[in-house]
Structure formats: structure tokens, C-alpha cells
Design a protein. Structure first.
Length: 85
């Protein structure tokens, strides 16, 4: 945990989110307590257009509910809907 109480989290972006962010992965410090709060924070910062309800989240290699608590060192992957059949 950083000196200001923020957690260091690793985030991966796929598909539309990767295009909108311009990165596939980054490490960041956040005060977000849940995956949902982290996504909304990043959505505001980077202008993501997908609403949370259309996506899923993976934390530490397992699909999780959006209200899962985040901890120092977590790896978060935001999974947008995938086109195709």
C-alpha cells in the first residue's frame, strides 16, 4: 500500500477498452474499494463508453461480482462483450 493509503493494482484492458485507453495493461494506485468503483474511476478518467452492466470482471484470474473488494497487488481484468458468433 502506498504512503497515501492507495492500493497498487494491475489492470488489463481488452478489445474496445484497450482501444479507448491506448494501453493493454497498466499498474496504478487507487482508493477504489471494489471492482465497480475502480471501473467507474477509470471510466471517468479515460472516457470509456461501455457501461459496467455490459461487462464482466476478473480479479486474480477468477470471474468475480462487481462488488468484490480490492486489495494491494490485485490483478484486475475488465472483460467487454465480444462480437462474433
Amino acid at each position: 500500500m502506498s504512503a497515501n493509503g492507495a492500493k497498487n493494482i494491475s489492470v488489463q484492458y481488452f478489445a474496445m477498452l484497450r482501444e479507448q485507453r491506448g494501453l493493454s495493461k497498466e499498474s496504478l494506485a487507487t482508493h477504489a474499494q471494489s471492482a465497480a468503483a475502480l471501473y467507474e474511476e477509470l471510466r471517468f478518467q479515460h472516457g470509456f463508453t461501455l457501461p459496467l452492466e455490459r461487462m464482466r470482471v476478473i480479479v486474480n484470474e477468477s470471474f468475480q461480482p462487481w462488488d468484490v473488494s480490492l486489495s494491494e497487488g490485485d490483478e484486475v481484468v475488465f472483460v467487454p462483450p465480444v462480437a462474433g458468433g
